[in-house]
Each structure stands twice: as C-alpha cells, then as structure tokens.
Design a protein around this ligand. Sequence first.
Ligand code: ATP
Ligand code: MG
Length: 399
Amino acid sequence: LTEAFLAGKEVIDKLNSHNHQAFFVGGCVRDLLLNREIGDIDIATSAAPKMVQNIFDKVIPVGIEHGTVIVRHKQQSFEVTTFRVDGKYTDQRHPDEVTFVSAVDKDLERRDFTINALAMDMNGKIIDLFGGKKDLQQKVIRTVGDGYERFTEDPLRIIRAIRFSGQLGFFIDHDTLQAMEQVKKQIKNLAKERITQEITKLFAGSYLNLGIDYLKRTEIYKNLPIIAQYPGIIHKLPKSLKPLYSFGETIALFHYIEPQVPIINWVKAWKCSNKIKQEAIQLIDALRYYQEHQIDKWLVYQLDSVYYSGFDRLISIFHPEDYPIEPTMKKLVRELPIQSKKDLALNGNHLMEIFPEAPKGPWLKNTINRLEKEVVLGRIINTKYTLKEWIRCNPPEIN
Ligand code: ATP
Ligand code: MG
C-alpha cells in the first residue's frame, strides 16, 4: 500500500473507533486491484458530515449538502462522503437531493459501473455486490443495474463509460453499450463542463484509441458540442493517437484538424478556463510556425516552456518522424540570447532618441518586435551599438 493508503487506513480506523462504518470506495479500490497508480482516495462512511467534522481536526467542508468533506491527515487529502442515495437528476447536472443512508450497500448501488462500486475495509476486505472484481478481471465496463435506467438518470455516465474504456483499455459490455446508444441523445442536456472533464480524461487515457473507436462506432460523437456540427473531426483523427494530458492540447488537435472552427468557439462551447484557452492558442501558434520554419530559437522563445511537452505530444501526432523534439527545445532555450523584450539593449526611448523628429506611433512597437526576433534568432548581437547599426541599415517605416 502507498503512503496515502496507509494514512487513509488511519482515517478509517478513527471513524471505526467512533463506531462509524467506513470504507475505501470507488476509483481507488479499482485502481489498487488493477495495480494502477492511485489518484484521489475516496472514503465512504456512515457518519454524518457534522460528525466527521467533530472527529477530525482539519476538515474542509467542500460539499456538505452532498455529504462530502475533505479530511486532511498526514499531509494527505481524503474525500469523506456519508453513505447516500441520489435523488432524481431533473436538470441532468446534480441530483436534486441526496438522502443519507446507514448502510454501504445502498451507497454502492448508486455508483455507475461495477468496477467503480467496490468498497474495501481497513483490513483489505472487499465488498463486491455487483461482480465488480470479475469485471475487473475480464476487463469489462458494465452498469450497476439496468443500463437504460442508469444512463437516463445521468447521461454523463455514457461518456464516462467511454472514458474508462480509454483509460483502462476495457471493453464495454454488450447490453451496456446498447443502452448507451438508446440514451445518447440526452447528452446534449448535460452541463458542458462535466462533458469536458470526462473527455479530457479520455484523451489522457493510455488506451484512448479504444475509447475513440467507441465514440465512432456508437456515433456518440454526434452528441458532443461542435463535433456534432463537424463530424469530420472524429473521422480525421490520426489512427493511433498518443495520450494528451491537457484539454488545451486536445483543442489544438481538433483545431489543427478542422481550422474552420476557431479556438474561441471550442473554449466557449466546452466551457473551458482561460488557462486552457491560452494553452490551445500558444500550441496552435507554435504548430503553425513549426510547419514553416521547423524548430528554432524563435519558436522556443515564443512558446511558454510549460507547454513544451504538450507541443512534443502534438508533434508525435502530426510529425511522428520528428518526435521527440523536446530535448532540442530544451537545448535551444538554454542558448537564447534574451529571455524577454526587457532584455533588449534598445528600448522605445532609445528609438525616439535615434529618430527625434518622429512622432510616437506603432512604428516603435514594430521596430522593437523586429529587433527582438533578429536578436533571438542570433542574427544580430544584443548590444546598443549593433542594434543601432541594424536600425540604420533597416530604417523603420514611420507612420
Ligand atoms: P479517476 O481515477 O478518474 O478519479 P474515479 O473512479 O475516481 O476515477 P470519479 O469521477 O472521481 O472517478 O468518481 C469517483 C466515484 O464516484 C466513481 O468511482 C463512482 O463510484 C462514483 N461516480 C462518479 N460519478 C458518477 C456518476 N455520474 N454516476 C454514478 N456514480 C458516479
Ligand atoms: Mg476520482
């Protein structure tokens, strides 16, 4: 067990010692049995949120109304949720109300797939009411209970099924798949950010090609924002994609395939953050530049270094013969003569001294930009003297 699991055991132990039931549940149990790296550790308990708050020193009330608090223990975070059953999802976003229950059974029953409906006590004993262990062994995604009902209750589960297949390399059970196709039209009612979250995880999956195959075969992609209007995007996806770790990379991929759809449309339709937008814009600019110039100092200077590995992943898709390119980028960035405009030996004030007659105007910024590029590309040395000489030979158009 990892350090986090050991700390989690202590959380469960403490709840038990206060006469509450408590179990590891959901993804962490699944991933433990699969020997996969474990993400967040979720704990389900019979204790009401108030009681959990009383028992532990550091508790963050992130979703009290849904019964969830975060317990901090040994520098780790644990989502501790009171056993509950969900009410109706009339807006197809959140359940209208949740009801706390006393037994873990009901809590497991509300979960989406058998492989996600396992619980484990602090001694490692597994509670498996729906054949989740067998489905893990046989690599099958199957709904807990009737697929049609469960997908109608929350159509996001349709996309989650595909996401898990792309993450785990699992096949979707035949009946479950059929139910997905029956209910897929309701995907359009979902809150877009929920869809984005799942599709982000799908594209980051080690088996994403399997997931994409399901998207195609079931035509579920026809119910996704924008892709519904541009179905070609899915069909033009390269045959063997490598995982993309951020949705900004995925937007860049889509936009590169279908330039007709501006980045901003993706950002709006998929309710992305400004951070994702910036990432997508930077990656696309770099890809376009790369098409014409290959890798050079200007490219690595322009692209924020946090996006280098994402750029490399896109290169592996569109220019596999050039992959990997990140080592070259890292070498070039170390050799850059300047880090930003501020490092230029000449600034706007100097330019106005050189051309005392000229009025202020866009020519100043344009000239600085030209100097910046010349210096970055190593065509001129960054000293006041050489920059002045260059300007004398390449006088700006003063407007
Ligand atoms: P990951 O490793 O990606 O976090 P996960 O299984 O933990 O995978 P989450 O989305 O974090 O997935 O959800 C945690 C658990 O909550 C799931 O394992 C599942 O039991 C339950 N769950 C989450 N979303 C739903 C849903 N829409 N319907 C039913 N159960 C759900
Ligand atoms: Mg999780």
